[in-house]
Design a protein around this ligand. Structure first.
Ligand SMILES: [Zn+2]
Length: 274
């Protein structure tokens, strides 16, 4: 069994989007500097004896540009850097794989930088939280363009006969193998978040938490809210759950968008975790 870390390019955004109140005006500092911060986009591929599991899919290769799928204002606020060579289909190709080789795709949630390549996985089982699925379809049906659920991405997969496996709100964690478990985090950063607990024979326990906790700065302690948060109570509950689980298992916690931590990880195809 092994796990590959896929580098799917970077995004840039005001740091307040990652950590709430990063720049916070006070009487003594009335004009704090803003920071257009760069942070990684990632996915994780687990190969085990009975198949392959992918956690997240990154941005779509055609996200950016004048004819890009993301609305112009969205491209300006949270631009994606990397281009097609950094996107998932190309990263899989570099490993000698294609989307059809993936058995299970677990979506941490359905925002632009995590569910951008859903349409490529016509043969996989797509696992997502039911509340997240509903939120994405609601944004689509209402024609909301300036939304983290990219209208054009949904429009590309919605007419396909994809194999969805929805995780219900009160469903317990889902064991994909005896060493890989989907963690049902519920609402927090988005409407329904899923994490992945991977128990590697040599590396040990790793909790892939995606945007349930963006960065080490959010994790703390003290915990700091992200700038994008649907349910603050749910976010805190999830952060506490992750901390307790990590302590109990002696697990590493790999955050969703931590540039510093991501820089220390071994990326495909340089190596992998066993
Ligand atoms: Zn994200």
């Amino acid at each position: 069994m092994k796990m590959h870390v896929l580098d799917l390019g970077t995004l840039k955004a005001d740091r307040n989007l990652l950590v709430q109140k990063s720049a916070f005006a006070t009487r003594s500092s009335p004009t704090p500097p803003c920071d257009f911060h760069e942070f990684p986009v990632s996915a994780y591929l687990i190969e085990h004896e009975r198949g392959r599991i992918l956690y997240d899919t990154g941005c779509h290769p055609d996200a950016m540009g004048p004819k890009g799928r993301w609305p112009a204002q969205f491209q300006d606020e949270v631009p994606f850097f990397g281009g097609a060579e950094c996107c998932l289909p190309q990263r899989l190709r570099a490993m000698g794989l294609g989307p059809d080789d993936i058995d299970d795709v677990v979506l941490s949630h359905m925002h632009n930088d995590h569910a951008g390549c859903v349409e490529f996985f016509g043969k996989s089982r797509l696992i997502v939280h039911e509340d997240e699925f509903a939120a994405c379809l609601k944004a689509y049906a209402l024609g909301r363009r300036m939304d983290s659920y990219i209208w054009d991405d949904t429009d590309h997969w919605i007419r396909q006969n994809l194999n969805w496996r929805l995780v219900e709100r009160d469903e317990p964690d889902l064991h994909l193998t005896d060493r890989v478990t989907v963690l049902n985090f519920g609402p927090g950063h988005a409407f329904g978040m899923l994490g992945l607990h991977v128990h590697l024979p040599q590396t040990g326990h790793v909790l892939l938490v995606s945007d349930a906790v963006y960065t080490a700065e959010n994790y703390g302690p003290p915990e700091r809210y992200p700038g994008v948060v649907y349910d603050t109570v749910g976010w805190k509950r999830t952060a506490t759950r992750i901390r307790r689980l990590a302590e109990e298992l002696g697990a590493q916690v790999w955050f969703g968008h931590d540039a510093k931590q991501f820089g220390t990880l071994i990326k495909a195809t340089q190596g992998c975790y066993r």
